[in-house]
Design a protein around this ligand. Structure first.
Ligand code: NAD
Length: 495
């Protein structure tokens, strides 16, 4: 992959409207996943930098126009942010592809979605209303919705720009100034956010960006008492650490965590579509996708034929240069993550699963974090590759006998983020959708989002929901004011 022209040699924080290095001058190197050679030096934030960013955001909350801005001018700026993203969509996709190894065609889709995140919440801002309650003819109550304060946003390295905007848009729409801590493996596309926000006219101090290592900069943001809301997307174990660290401050938390989502295919399904969807569901975005359908459960009557079809198609999936528009799977984000995914391939073989496609570096790709699309068949519920999130281009296929067994297997992991069901039996589709423990279920379709709907998981996949009004509820406090409509009847203690 060629290096994009004009790559910045160093990336800095953005605090109070200005680019700044770390207070102590600390930096870390970041590499691309094709050469694994460092391409830039990134400011490594610490508690002092987080402190400065929170102070800037707190000042914008206390003194600035943003929290109290009427809906229409606020929405106008959010739409201008969307315009600024659309104006740079090719550049965003180019940098994202270089930094993460995501195929460029898919990175372009994510850039378009990033703009849509802002347009959607701009629309929500102007249509937002508050509740009022009348109790018979005696009392009237109305809700005052207010931005909660400074929001801390901590994001992962998979589809980084899209996920950053998925948190930024509702937080800003709600009137909250923010401190964003992007993932340390993929800081590049976030470095475009300062110019995007400035060009759109967002007041200084409302958007703050602190780069850094999770256990240092992220932990400092979690522990800062001036940040009442924290929205986190990442691994379940990190989420547990963050919840414990936030507990003494009683912060509001939104936790979007890991997944091991089932794709359940019954014998009566449209198998052509089910195969297309199952492959896309687990191999798009390099399999580094929280909602990946990484466990295919197939009814026994079609199991052998399905395994053969999945394996044949997987062998033809084009793995290669992420910048090549023909590429379907690019390079995995980081050598450490690549080693972890390869460790799962070995674990699958050691535990007796049948490797029917991939499992190795493609012959023609000597360097870079490349793995061929990998399919394991005959995977049983006790195997690690069935239970643990691999977060790479690896799928498990498991047979089931009947509906009850399909449901039992679907629920046999700690996670509960997404589920996909393929059947032409309408009643069964509803039954199974109700019985599978997942935050989001798609019947006879793949993961297409409607931004109004609740996004999030059950069990170890998370707490809280984002999307539409759920996001705005999270970033605001609703207060109720009660007023009597006549004489107030008060019990007269001590009269
Ligand atoms: P991660 O948990 O390692 O890191 C996520 C972010 O948390 C990074 O910015 C990191 O620097 C920061 N962090 C790490 N330790 C921290 C700490 N102690 N305190 C504060 N911040 C800390 O996750 P990752 O490897 O970057 O991302 C992959 C994971 O994210 C997968 O498990 C995937 O399923 C999950 N994910 C979930 C969703 C969802 O919506 N449910 C979406 C995308 C990704």
């Amino acid at each position: 992959m060629t290096r994009p022209p004009g790559l910045p040699a160093k990336l800095e924080h953005f605090i109070g409207g200005a680019s700044v290095p770390s207070a102590d001058g600390a930096t870390f190197d970041v590499a691309d996943p094709v050469t694994n050679v460092p391409y830039a030096t990134v400011a490594a934030g610490g508690a002092e930098d987080i402190g400065r960013a929170v102070a800037a955001a707190a000042a914008a909350f206390r003194d600035g126009p943003w929290p109290g801005l009427p809906a229409r001018p606020r929405a106008r700026i959010l739409n201008q942010i969307a315009d600024a993203i659309e104006g740079r969509a090719d550049r965003i996709a180019e940098l994202e592809t270089f930094d993460t190894g995501l195929p460029v065609t898919q990175a372009r889709g994510q850039a378009a979605r990033a703009a849509e995140n802002f347009r959607f919440f701009a629309d929500m801002t102007v249509t937002l209303h508050e509740d009022a309650f009348r109790s018979a003819s005696t009392q009237f109550g109305y809700v005052i919705r207010q931005p909660a304060g400074v929001a801390g946003l901590i994001t992962p390295w998979n589809t980084p720009f899209m996920l950053e905007t998925w948190k930024l848009a509702p937080a800003l729409a709600a009137g909250c100034p923010v401190v964003l801590k992007p993932a340390e493996w993929t800081p590049l596309s976030a470095s475009l956010l300062p110019e995007i926000m400035t060009e759109a006219g967002l007041p200084d101090g409302v958007f703050n960006l602190v780069h850094g290592i999770g256990e240092v900069a992220g932990a400092a943001l979690v522990a800062h008492p001036g940040v009442p809301r924290l929205s986190f997307t990442g691994e379940t174990t990190t989420g547990q650490t963050i919840m414990a660290a936030a507990a003494p401050h009683l912060k509001g938390l939104s936790m979007e965590l890991g997944g091991k989502s089932p794709c359940v295919i019954f014998a009566d399904a449209d198998l052509d579509q089910a195969v297309d969807s199952a492959l896309f569901g687990v191999f798009s975005l390099n399999g580094e996708r929280c909602t990946a359908g990484s466990r295919i459960l197939a009814e026994r009557g079609i199991y052998d034929a399905l395994v053969t079809r999945l394996a044949e198609r997987a062998r033809r999936i084009r793995v290669g240069d992420p910048a090549d528009p023909a590429t379907e799977i690019g390079a995995l984000v980081h050598p450490e993550h690549y080693a972890r995914v390869l460790g799962y391939v070995r674990a699958g073989q050691d535990e007796g699963a049948r490797l029917v496609a991939g499992g190795v570096r493609p012959d023609q790709l000597a360097g870079g974090n490349y793995l061929a699309a990998t399919v394991f068949a005959d995977v049983t519920a006790g195997m690690r590759i069935f239970r643990e999130e691999i977060f790479g281009p690896v799928v498990c296929v498991t047979p089931f006998g009947d509906e009850a067994e399909a449901i039992r297997l679907a629920n046999a992991t700690a996670y509960g983020l997404a589920a996909y069901i393929w059947t032409t039996d309408l009643a069964r589709a509803h039954r199974v959708a109700g019985a599978i423990e997942s935050g989001m279920t798609w019947v006879n379709s793949h993961n297409v989002r409607d931004l109004r709907t609740p996004f999030g998981g059950v069990k170890a996949s998370g707490l809280g929901r984002e999307g539409g009004s759920h996001s705005l509820d999270f970033y605001t406090d609703s207060r109720i004011v009660h007023i009597p409509l006549g004489d107030t009847q008060v019990p007269r203690f001590g009269a």
